[in-house]
Design a protein around this ligand. Structure first.
Ligand code: SF4
Ligand code: SF4
Length: 284
C-alpha cells in the first residue's frame, strides 16, 4: 500500500479465525474464501484521491494488539491507563473467552478516533489490522505441534474501490510494504496464547483473575512490571539477572515475558521456571 492511504480490517478477530463458517453472515459475505499463500497475487491500490477515501475507517472493529498499543502510546506520549480510557474498549473473544481491547469508535459518528479528513493521523504507527487490509490472516494452532499454521485470504468489501485499481502485489510484497512482519513477530506470544486457549476449549479453565492478568499483560506492561517487582513474584519464579534487568527497562521484553509466564500458568508450558523451594501452587 502506498504511504498516503489509511486502511483497516473489518474485524481483527477474523485474523485469528480459521473457520469462516463461524463468522457472522455479513462478514462471510465480504470475503473471497480463497486460501492464499505468500506468493499469491492480488490487485489493489489505495490513495488519497480515490473516491472511497476514508470510508473504511468508520463502523469497524479493530482489535488492538499489545505491540499496537506500545507504538500508539509512544506516539501519543500517554500512559497505558490514559490510552485505554480514551481509545479502547474491552471485548471478550467468543472462542476462548479472553478479553482483548478494541479501538473505541466515536459513539456518534462511528469513526475511528485517529481518522481525519486528510486520512489516518497515526499512519506510521497504525495498528497491524490496518496494515494488513485488504488481506486477512487466519492462524490455526496445531495440536501436538510447537508452531501455528497461517494462511491468508482477500477481503472484498463493496465500498472499497481499491480492488479496481491497477497495482499488483503478492502477499509477501504487501506485508513487506506495510511493515506487518515486525508486528507479527512482537505479537507472537500473545497470538500463541489466544490460539492455544481457543483450541483447548473447556479443557482449560480461565479464571477471572487469569483473564485480568491476560488483559493487563496485553495492554499495560508498566502494571505487569509492578506485579513482577512489587509482589512475591521474584521469590517464586527463577529469573536470570539478565532477564530481570531487561524487565526493568524494556517494554517489549515485558510483553514477551508476560505471555511466556501466562503460558506456564495456563498450559503448563514451563516457559518460566519455579524456584526449587517455591510452593507448587503458583496461581496468583
Ligand atoms: S487507525 Fe488509521 S487506518 Fe486504522 S482505522 Fe483508524 S484512521 Fe483508519
Ligand atoms: S475503502 Fe479501500 S481503497 Fe478506499 S480508502 Fe479504504 S482501503 Fe483505501
Amino acid at each position: 500500500m502506498s504511504e498516503e492511504n489509511p486502511h483497516h480490517d473489518r474485524d481483527q478477530a477474523l485474523h485469528l479465525d480459521p473457520d469462516m463458517r463461524s463468522m457472522p453472515r455479513e462478514v462471510r459475505n465480504i470475503l473471497q474464501p480463497v486460501r492464499m499463500e505468500g506468493d499469491s497475487s492480488f490487485q489493489f491500490r489505495c490513495h488519497s484521491q480515490i473516491d472511497c477515501f476514508n470510508t473504511c475507517c468508520s463502523n469497524i472493529e479493530i482489535m488492538l494488539t499489545p505491540y499496537d498499543i506500545l507504538r500508539l502510546r509512544k506516539r501519543l506520549q500517554i500512559s497505558a491507563e490514559a490510552f485505554l480510557y480514551e481509545y479502547a474498549t474491552p471485548y471478550t473473544l467468543t472462542k476462548g473467552q479472553l478479553p482483548v481491547p478494541l479501538v473505541r469508535l466515536d459513539p456518534e459518528t462511528g469513526k475511528c478516533p485517529f481518522n481525519t479528513p486528510e486520512g489516518c493521523s497515526v499512519y506510521e504507527d497504525r495498528p497491524v489490522t490496518c496494515r494488513y487490509y485488504p488481506i486477512g490472516l487466519a492462524l490455526m494452532h496445531k495440536q501436538n505441534s510447537k508452531g501455528n499454521e497461517a494462511f491468508y485470504y482477500l477481503i472484498k468489501e463493496s465500498f472499497c474501490h481499491g480492488h479496481q485499481e491497477n497495482q499488483n502485489w503478492t502477499i509477501d510484497s504487501w506485508r513487506e510494504d506495510q511493515g506487518s512482519d515486525g508486528y507479527d513477530e512482537r505479537n507472537q506470544g500473545w497470538m500463541d496464547l489466544i490460539l492455544k486457549r481457543r483450541s483447548a476449549g473447556d479443557e482449560v479453565n480461565t479464571s477471572l483473575q487469569l483473564s485480568e492478568f491476560f488483559y493487563m499483560a496485553s495492554t499495560n506492561p508498566d502494571e505487569f512490571r509492578r506485579f513482577v517487582f512489587e509482589s512475591s513474584f521474584l521469590k517464586r519464579f527463577d529469573l536470570s539477572e539478565e532477564t530481570i534487568e531487561r524487565l526493568r527497562t524494556d517494554d517489549e521484553a515485558v510483553l514477551e515475558f508476560a505471555f511466556d509466564w501466562l503460558k506456564t500458568i495456563l498450559f503448563g508450558d514451563r516457559k518460566v521456571a519455579l524456584k526449587p523451594d517455591a510452593c507448587k501452587k503458583t496461581t496468583p
